[in-house]
Design a binder for this molecule. Structure first.
Ligand code: OAD
Length: 233
């Protein structure tokens, strides 16, 4: 592991599960409690904005009751101590990587603590509710929406992500089911470019067979052990 120089890490809901945030596709997970079409599509928002704003207000408020776990903290240590290039890409919209100490996190599916104004298209840091239709801090229009990439929308910074994947010598996927594209396709892109690929997940994901190696167990155990291995400690 110590020989790798350019690492891309993709994280999903599984890394935050032990912090107490529900994953999407587990039994009783978010997509069993809510219909994706209602709360995670532009059409759902147009149909019933109140339902959608309330759903994300609830998830934003829940962040105050959770803490980063050993996996987030280990990735922050890797960012500080790894001497090569590292890109941490997360599909998660929580802020647990940042609160675990990671300074550079690419949120490809957006962030709960960010608002997007549909009038002036400015993205603003947002900690409060949106259901009460507060004005945009920039243009003052009451037209904020959660800065979340919904189904049918383009994830953020795909150019930068693909560039890093094409150049990486190790791609690591942590706590994601591999059910949602384009993230689910990163492993094949990395392999096609000649990179080694590693999965760290509670159980085999949909795309487990695509990885050179797949380790199974809780992220709070697997991730710190892998970081120790990379840093040679
Ligand atoms: P999923 O809920 O689809 O998958 C979570 C994965 O984490 C599963 O494979 C679990 O087995 C695994 N897991 C659960 N607990 C774990 C633990 N303690 N340690 C390690 N792994 C664990 O969540 P994502 O793959 O992140 O998109 O979902 C991808 C996207 O689908 C999300 O970003 C979201 C959702 O629809 C949008 O909302 C745009």
């Amino acid at each position: 592991m110590a020989e790798f120089k350019r690492i891309v890490i993709l994280t999903g809901a599984g890394i935050s599960a032990e912090s107490g945030i529900d994953t999407f596709r587990s039994a009783g997970g978010l997509w069993e409690q809510h219909r994706v079409e209602d709360v995670a599509t532009p059409e759902g928002f147009a149909r019933d904005p109140g339902l959608v704003l309330g759903f994300y207000d609830m998830r934003r408020e829940a962040l105050a009751r959770v803490e980063p776990n050993a996996a987030h903290i280990a990735l922050a240590r890797l960012e500080r101590e790894f001497s090569g290039d590292l890109l941490l890409v997360t599909q998660n919209v929580d802020d647990l990587h940042e609160r675990g100490g990671s300074a550079r996190v690419l949120h490809m599916h957006g962030e709960l603590k960010s608002a997007l104004c549909t009038s002036c298209e400015t993205r603003s840091r947002w900690e409060r509710t949106m259901l009460d239709r507060p004005p945009c801090p920039v243009c003052r229009a009451p037209t904020l929406r959660p800065d979340i990439v919904w189904f049918g929308e383009m994830p953020y910074q795909m150019g930068r992500i693909y560039q890093a994947i094409e150049a990486c010598d190790l791609f690591v996927s942590i706590g994601t089911s591999g059910a949602v594209y384009p993230a689910a396709g990163f492993v094949q892109e990395a392999r096609a470019a000649g990179g080694r690929t590693l999965e760290l997940n509670l159980d085999p994901s949909d795309g487990s067979h695509l990885f050179h190696e797949s380790r199974h167990g809780p992220a709070s155990v697997l991730v710190p052990a892998w970081v120790d291995q990379v840093l040679g400690g």
